[in-house]
Design a protein around this ligand. Sequence first.
Ligand code: KMH
Ligand code: ZN
Length: 276
Amino acid sequence: MTGTVITVAPTGAESSKADVPALPVTLDELVATAKECEALGAAIIHVHIRDADARPTLDQGRLRATVAALRESTGLIVQLSSGGAVTDPESDRLAVLDAGPEMASCTMGTVNFGDGVFMNRWEFIVDLHTRMQDKGIVPEYEIFDLGQLTSLQRLLGKHGLPYGGHVHVDLVMGVPGGMPGTAAALVACERALRDLPEGTTFSATGIGRSTIPVMLASLSAGGHLRVGMEDTITYAKGRPVESNMQLVARAVGFAQLAQRPPLTARETRELLGVPA
Ligand code: KMH
Ligand code: ZN
């Protein structure tokens, strides 16, 4: 593994603008963030959007406008979240795929999510996977717990490889209710990944305090990185994150130290089978 794919997840659906003023919530803020993160070394942007009141939304018009603006202003691979917020209905989450993303997330199972439940029924997962195959969208399989990798193996066995033929997963670690954000858990996942198709790649992100341990473990285990204010709002003890750029810059520094410098968006497209 020669380089590191850096994904930025700048907004998420969980933090409020009132609590986290640096969160990009308007289209202008998102585009400006995307451009700066690309310049620093990010290759993929994982996108959640907000409405005029900065609340999470899956509004189709806004999603389409967001995809168009990010494509026009950056070379980043645009990955829309099909996870949304824990309150979003399945129909709205499926409709995300109609907004024209190149990639979309596909979570591989139901998980307790803080005080809520992030519902992902088997039939819903199959629906997301097969619609992405039909629409030419490359999935990123989101893994919140070890057993979800077994579910992914079952999905691919029953319903075939994703569009593009390459399997890429993202380990989302340290969610209260999911697997812990530890090196031991990451290694357990890396072992389980060996049962997936040859060439399967993974990135990892650690929520909150697990951000740095997960980043270092992933680099050491040959994985890629996801960073951003969706997952991390505290930079160090008592220091709120100032911007997504601060998190991307730190990830780039770690990747360089690991002698696995950031891959460009073009190199990442080749690796993950995302058409240019
Ligand atoms: N906001 C979480 C409930 C995804 O983007 O696909 C789900 C999530 C996963 O963030
Ligand atoms: Zn997300």
